[in-house]
Design a protein around this ligand. Structure first.
Ligand code: GDP
Ligand code: IMO
Ligand code: MG
Length: 431
């Protein structure tokens, strides 16, 4: 049985949710290993649309176990709403098919407050976060003043720890951010209730996962965000605060790197980005608007307009390298169907010199000018095509070029948001 990782190869929103939903059918366990409810993963099927922020996209498939592992940060209120929402839509979600790591850190009200207040204070230099408290909760984890899910189930211990932490955080909130302090008793009462609700799901998920793997079950690790938003390898400081890359799987879920068989990079056929930060192949004006309209590029979490541009091979090759991608899932190819010309950024010009690698410092990246190779568009609807060879030759040419430039085989190609709009180009032996 194989274990796979699905990672975003760009700045998030590549279509990871829909690819995970598809592959989930072939595996036993689906695991989220990093990020929190900054993620918005969309799955469309049978005319329905489900957007998941916390829960792995495999939850919609019967007979699978979904795990939120230790590397994820959990907003319990949002998680419970998501669980209840799924239940009321008829999905089964119980302690038998849904597990939460006792080590996962909890997003507290002060994390959301600090996130929002800081962004306000920064003004023009803001990151453009989702405002979900992601930076502050990971900060607290590393500062060793975090609250874990297991803490919510131990009332006395939780009250004491919350009191100590909030004393310190309130000084920061009032003196530095010049905002109102939060009340420990109120938070305690509210979060204790969340703890009671979630207790049946909370477990040592690393132990459980290793047990499953030992039994020969196959696991799919679902990445959130994308490589270029990774805290170490992204366009720092315009990044999220977790390791979205494939390496995040091991520390984020407590498994050995030796168990991973395939690493699938989800790549949008063009590029989008939400929030601030460099984006070399960004388009402006009519082209940007056209890409946004054709691709419905509005955020699944915050509803913000996504910035749009062409596919960037330099950035993609960087993603291939840091993740060790073994195959690609190319999404939203149908969105390019009405373009006379399609462009692919194949290198950058920096101070007159050609660069074919993704610069590690922001100043260089910000001054990189994209160099494009142009392709003839196919100008016809491809959304009902299910066989690679039935695609127009211009589309085949575009895909083959992506394979050629990256050296990574394209496994899946999606041509519409719903489940069945998929082409399997190369066979991947999962089981
Ligand atoms: P994720 O965060 O990577 O899971 O991606 P999002 O769900 O945030 O954004 C991807 C968006 O593209 C969603 O609205 C999907 O329904 C949609 N989508 C996914 N694949 C395709 C596709 O092949 N074609 C089109 N037109 N839309 C797609
Ligand atoms: P999925 O999993 C796209 C972006 C935010 C912001 C930066 C930091 O749906 O692909 P944060 O709230 O994490 O501190 O924000 O990261 N961002 C995402 N962009 N897709 C996501 O998730 C994102 N999660 C965070 O817009 O620029
Ligand atoms: Mg998303």
């Amino acid at each position: 049985m194989s274990n796979l990782v699905v990672v975003g190869s760009q700045w998030g929103d590549e279509g990871k949710g829909r690819i995970v939903d598809l592959i989930s059918n072939e595996v036993d366990i689906i695991v989220r290993y990093q990020g929190g409810n900054n993620a918005g993963h969309t799955i469309v099927f049978d005319g329905k649309k489900v957007v998941l922020h916390h829960i792995p996209s495999g939850i919609l498939r019967e007979g699978k176990v979904s795990i939120i592992a230790n590397g994820v940060v959990v907003d319990p209120k949002i998680l419970i709403e998501e669980m209840e929402g799924l239940r009321s839509s008829g999905y089964h979600i119980g302690p038998d098919n849904f597990k939460l790591s006792n080590r996962a850190h909890v997003i507290m009200p002060y994390h959301r407050k600090i996130d929002l207040e800081r962004e306000k204070l920064k003004g023009n230099t803001k990151i453009g976060t989702t405002g979900r408290g992601i930076g502050p909760v990971y900060e607290d984890k590393y500062a060793r003043r975090g609250i874990k899910l297991s803490d919510l189930t131990k009332p006395e211990h939780f009250r004491k720890r919350l009191g100590e932490i909030l004393n310190e955080r309130n000084i920061y909130i009032t003196k530095v951010l010049e905002s109102e302090p939060l009340d420990a008793d109120e938070i305690y009462e509210e979060y204790l209730e969340y703890g009671k609700y979630l207790e049946p799901y909370i477990t040592d998920s690393s132990r459980l996962l290793n047990q499953y793997i030992g039994e020969g079950k196959s696991v799919l690790f679902e990445g959130a965000q994308g490589t270029l938003l990774d805290i170490d390898f992204g366009t720092y400081p315009f990044v999220t605060s977790s390791n979205a890359v494939s390496g995040g799987v091991t520390v984020g879920s407590g498994v050995s790197p030796m168990i991973i068989d395939h690493i699938v990079g989800v790549v949008k056929a063009y590029t989008t980005r939400v929030g601030e930060g460099p984006f070399p192949s960004e388009e402006y004006g009519d082209l940007e608007n056209k890409l946004r309209e054709e691709g419905s590029e509005f955020g699944a979490t915050t509803g913000r307009s996504r910035r749009c541009g062409w596919l960037d091979i330099v950035a993609l090759n960087y993603s291939v390298m840091v993740n060790g991608l073994t195959s690609l899932a190319l999404t939203k190819l149908d969105v390019l169907s009405n373009f006379e010309t399609i462009k692919l950024c194949t290198s950058y010009k920096y101070k007159g010199k050609t660069i074919d690698y993704f610069p590690s410092d922001l100043e260089t990246l910000e001054n990189c000018v994209p160099v494009y190779e142009e392709f003839e568009g196919w100008n016809c609807d491809i959304c009902d095509i299910t066989d690679f060879n039935d695609l127009p030759e211009q589309a085949i040419n575009y895909i083959n070029k992506i394979e050629e430039y990256t050296g990574v085989p394209v496994w899946l190609i999606s041509v519409g948001p719903s489940r069945e709009k998929i082409i399997e180009k190369t066979k991947l032996k999962i089981n």
